[in-house]
Design a protein around this ligand. Structure first.
Ligand code: SF4
Ligand code: SF4
Length: 287
């Protein structure tokens, strides 16, 4: 079993288009969407949810108003300014860090710490295989922890069904969720574009993959929109020991597939689909 993580450094480079195409092309696979802040793989794969689970992380202080005398001790002690006291204390859940100081010092034992429900994660059935995905609630943190959970569940499913591939749609950026998604990955595929910011993001993701000793390869999406810059991308890859797997041309069929919410491979045999198929073939040969 091999795990491939598809990254881009930022959104909008075609990462999910490539992931959905691989979902169609790989024979035996489990899919994981680790973009838990703004998941969109489901828009192309139309999953049918078969399991739904809460995602809890950390704790938040809660006040029992019937026990609170409004003495103000908790507000005085809270270093995060999460407490306001009027008749009773009330706690702003977005400011509360769950440190427990207020609970410890409340003379009336009116405060308790409760598990924080931050989002939900799902196991779904798609036409292309099982998929693990998640949604973090708005304003919640700990997306790295949820990414690790999604990956762990995808691995469990893959082990149960002796699946050949785990195909992971990674989070954007290079922050905590991306670092969490890199753990245990066999190969990173960086989907980049022929722009200055594309090269900048490529270098950042390549640096991260190198730091975690994960082999990386790349492909250039819409390469023909700036051929000179595409050559610069290829030189950057060479300088960073990244294997270039292919150049995906601009193709109206990609836009059409996104609008229709159907993976490219289902609706097109055009130049982008042909090249992605070749990239998948070349990617398999990297192992
Ligand atoms: S310390 Fe306890 S009793 Fe005093 S205001 Fe806070 S919650 Fe109420
Ligand atoms: S748990 Fe800590 S951060 Fe939250 S309200 Fe109490 S003292 Fe403030």
């Amino acid at each position: 079993m091999k795990e491939i993580l598809i990254l881009s450094g930022k959104g909008g480079t075609g990462k999910t288009t490539v992931t959905a195409a691989f979902a169609c092309l790989a024979q035996s696979k489990v899919l994981a969407d680790c973009d838990v802040d703004a998941a969109d793989l489901h828009l192309l794969l139309s999953p049918k949810i078969i399991e739904e689970h809460p995602f809890q992380s950390g704790v938040t202080a809660n006040v029992d108003p019937s026990a609170c005398t409004g003495c103000g001790t908790c507000a005085d002690l809270c270093r995060f300014d999460a407490v306001t006291v009027d008749e009773h204390a009330s706690i702003d859940p977005f400011s509360c860090e769950g440190c427990g100081v207020c609970e410890y010092f409340c003379p009336e034992k009116a405060i308790s710490l409760k598990d924080n429900l931050c989002g939900r994660w799902y196991i779904s059935r798609t036409k292309y295989g099982q998929m693990v995905h998640a949604a973090l609630d708005i304003g919640e943190e700990n997306s790295g922890k949820l990414v690790s959970l999604v990956k762990r569940q995808a691995k469990n499913l893959a082990e149960q069904s002796t699946t050949e591939w785990i195909i992971v749609d990674g989070p954007p950026g290079i922050g905590c969720p991306v670092i969490a998604s890199l753990s245990g990955t066999d190969m990173v595929l960086i989907v980049t574009e022929p722009t200055l910011s594309g090269i900048h993001d490529l270098k950042r993701v390549a640096g991260l993959a190198k730091h975690f000793k994960t082999p990386a390869c790349a492909c250039i999406n819409r390469w023909d929109l700036n051929r000179q810059m595409a050559e610069e991308v290829e030189r950057t890859c060479e300088a960073h020991d990244i294997t270039m797997l292919g150049r995906i041309p601009f193709d109206e069929d990609v836009v059409d597939s996104l609008v229709r919410g159907i993976p490219l491979m289902e609706v097109s045999s055009g130049p982008a689909a042909v090249e992605i198929k070749q990239i998948w073939e070349r990617l398999q040969k990297q192992f």
